[in-house]
Design a protein around this ligand. Structure first.
Ligand code: BGC
Length: 714
């Protein structure tokens, strides 16, 4: 439909109809039967109001979408189709590794492919918009939602956030390409900085921190064309983001140039009352709407109060029309006015899952698994006598949070994957999520004693990671540490395979394991992928997108810490008045970027070539040699330190990275190109620019171990 027609349509709408477009409800409101029960009754909603609603979230099947849309269109006066949204976070029905795992691939192309495949399955189930990507900057794994993040580095996060948007939306018009869906980047903003890592808790950020670390991923998503932005639950600058006008207008609209639809998070408008910044629903609706929230997700504030607010203040009509335009414009972009079903027909409502999508999930799991330690224990040898022990040994709880459509019974467990391999395998499973008993630990020790290698499959359950899953203790729970300790007494050849949605504290078990592999929540094909990796048929390629702390007391933490006035150095580590802990080291147990494969390579002949002309990039050259006799894939990471700055800057920041495949014994030359703009940062006057001076460059395979290779002068 042409824009002019959309505007004419808005002219024909009553205020009540306009308000309805700004409301999003769950499918149970649209249940068949015509009787007003359940949620509709609670909110004192009329049948007439239901006919004005703009959007539905969280449908389960194409059939459900088809039915709801059909009966809605029959009843609604203006026949404006509903727009269907859902949380398609790491896959729809075929589940991929969790976002934190995907981030650990350091592979934007993979992320884009995963998002594209997820969009296809979701679109075929009638979904038009996904509430993804999550662009929240995170430094605290006590917060369960780090699972949904791209990890602790703002540069990596920005690159991957944009990749998700490209993958979901594609580059062609959404109306024509019905296998793509619109992306909603969330949660604007600061949600990851919840105090103490407690979900929904207070956030207080300096503007400098906001601009430098929290906004870049949102900016990247917006530049990549994200159609929607979701506001966050938290306060920021003392005001909940959902009622924060300067944040939504000056920052999101003006500075970031966002021109799409702003939606609240679930019931966040009504929660303004719980925040105690609104006395009642009317005040909550007024504050959120005035701030700039255009669609009210699952609260009755707009539904039951916005019409009166607008009637009392006709000047607000302009803003109302603008918000309605954003909703209709999005529906139009998706082609819903021409085809409200977006390709669904009564004949094609059954799921059409593709084998290739499962294969992509398996590939993704291999590229996201992080091998953190390996004292020549892995890969397993053919015919080896292997014991597979622990609550995750035969668990299908591999999908992780936000896999609500994915079928757990169709996930491949580690036991299933390994049983197809040529090893002498004995499995001692245990119910996932239950405290390990002394009897089980005893039995595990008996089996371990008779085995050459022990695989301990341990970790979290999917309920323990994700939204509303904050923890104060990040070590292995339910006697799993006791299992490691007991088994290590009888057989030191332990490889721990860890299933988790966040960095855990592994300080107690790390010395007892000869190998540690982080499988995260690897998705539908997890067991198959891990079996391939454990057998050495593929090499683990993941590198940590988030550091694993030594202790919870170190949190929040990031490798990109500032120097402080009293930095800890090798020389002063015995002194007292230094920025350090008395009872723990400063650094993480495993740093951002860490991870190994089965091969090893070495960096040599590094050289920084200054350009002969201004405006040309600096070239950083190095040689990489595979020192092993099999192919090896590595992630070469370039970090920098701006040596003297106007505002204090991190000791190290990731600038660029390259995934490199090397044949056995191969030696290759690689170049990174950087310009002064790559070293721009936010100054105290909020301008983004680089300072003249020297930049130290570090090259390596993890943030902590990257070596200084020289400086350049800009
Ligand atoms: C979450 C959002 C999600 C929404 C809709 C909320 O609880 O914070 O991330 O998109 O629910 O399901």
């Amino acid at each position: 439909m042409e824009t002019i027609k959309l505007k004419k349509l808005i002219d024909r709408m009553t205020v009540a109809e306009k308000v309805g477009q700004l409301v999003q409800l769950t499918p149970d409101f649209f249940a068949q039967g015509g009787e007003i029960t359940g949620p509709m009754q609670q909110w004192q909603m009329s049948e007439e109001q239901l006919g004005t609603i703009g959007s539905v979230l969280g449908t389960h099947t194409a059939e459900q979408v088809y039915t709801i849309q059909t009966s809605y269109l029959e009843k609604s006066r203006l026949k404006i189709p509903l727009i269907f949204m859902a949380d398609v976070i790491h896959g729809y029905e075929t589940i991929f590794p969790i976002p934190l795992a995907l981030a650990s691939s350091f592979d934007a192309q993979l992320v884009e492919e995963v998002a594209k495949a997820s969009a296809k399955e979701a679109a075929e189930a009638g979904i038009h918009v996904t509430f993804s990507p999550m662009a929240d900057h995170v430094k605290d794994p006590r917060w369960g939602r780090v699972l949904e993040s791209n990890g602790e580095d703002p540069t990596l996060s920005a690159v991957l956030t944009a990749a998700y948007v490209r993958g979901y939306q594609g580059t062609d018009a959404l109306a024509e390409n019905k296998q793509r869906i619109a992306a909603c980047v969330k949660h604007f903003v600061g949600y990851g900085a919840a105090e103490g890592g407690r979900d929904y808790h207070t956030v207080d950020l300096s503007d400098l921190e906001l601009y430098q670390n929290y906004l870049p991923a949102f900016q990247a998503a917006i530049e990549a064309g994200a159609e929607l932005v979701m506001t966050s639950f938290n306060t920021i600058h003392g005001v909940p983001a959902t009622a924060n006008q300067p944040l939504l207008q000056d920052v999101l609209r003006e500075k970031l140039g966002f021109d799409g639809l702003i939606i609240s998070d679930w019931a966040a408008v009504a929660e303004l009352m719980a925040h105690r910044v609104a006395a009642d629903r009317t005040e909550a609706a007024k504050k959120a709407f005035t701030a700039g929230v255009e669609m009210d997700m699952m609260s009755d504030c707009y539904l039951n109060a916005l019409e009166q607010i607008i009637d009392a203040d006709p000047a607000m009509n302009e803003q109302l029309n603008k918000a309605v335009f954003h909703v209709l414009h999005l529906k139009n972009k998706l082609g819903l006015f021409e085809d409200p079903y977006r390709g669904l027909t009564p004949e094609n409502l059954a799921p059409r899952l593709l084998k290739e999508t499962r294969l992509l999930s398996r590939e993704a799991a291999k590229k996201t698994t992080v091998l953190l330690k390996n004292q020549a224990l892995l890969p397993l040898q053919k015919k080896q006598k292997v014991a597979l022990i622990g609550p995750k040994a035969d668990s299908k709880d591999l999908l992780g949070a936000w896999s609500w459509i994915g079928k757990q019974e169709e996930a491949v467990s580690l036991a299933k994957g390994l049983s197809q391999k040529e090893i002498d395998l004995t499995i001692l499973p245990y119910p996932d999520g239950k405290v390990l008993t002394a009897a089980y630990i005893e039995e595990a020790c008996r089996l371990a004693e008779q085995s050459e290698v022990v695989l301990l499959a341990l970790g979290e359950t999917s309920e323990e990671a994700g939204e509303a899953a904050s923890l104060t203790k990040l070590s292995l729970s339910r006697n799993q540490e006791a299992l490691v300790a007991a088994v290590s007494q009888v057989n030191p050849k332990i490889a721990t395979i860890l299933f988790c949605g966040r960095p855990l504290v592994l300080s107690a078990i790390e010395p007892l394991c000869q190998a540690i592999m982080i499988a995260w929540f690897p998705g539908s094909e997890g067991g198959n992928a891990l079996a391939d990796l454990l057998m050495g048929e593929s090499e683990p390629q993941g590198r940590l997108a988030m550091s694993f702390p030594r202790a919870e007391g170190q949190l929040p933490m990031t490798y990109a810490q500032l120097s402080t006035g009293r930095p800890l150095t090798e020389e002063n580590s015995d002194q007292k008045y230094i920025s350090r802990y008395m009872d723990e080291k400063n650094d993480p147990l495993f740093s951002f970027g860490a991870g190994i494969g089965y091969g090893q390579c070495k960096i040599s002949k590094t050289q920084i070539v200054h350009p002969d002309e201004k405006n040309k990039p600096f070239e950083l050259i190095c040689t990489l040699k595979n020192e092993g006799d099999s192919p090896h894939t590595t992630t070469l990471q370039l970090y920098s330190r701006d040596d003297v700055t106007e505002v204090a800057r991190p000791m190290r920041e990731l600038k660029q990275w390259q995934k490199i495949n090397l044949a056995a014994a191969e030696e290759t030359q690689h170049s990174f190109y950087v310009t002064p703009e790559d070293f721009a940062y936010v100054h105290s006057d909020f301008s983004t620019k680089s300072d003249p001076g020297t930049i130290s460059l570090y090259l390596g395979f993890a943030a902590a171990s990257a070596k200084l290779i020289g400086t350049l002068t800009i």
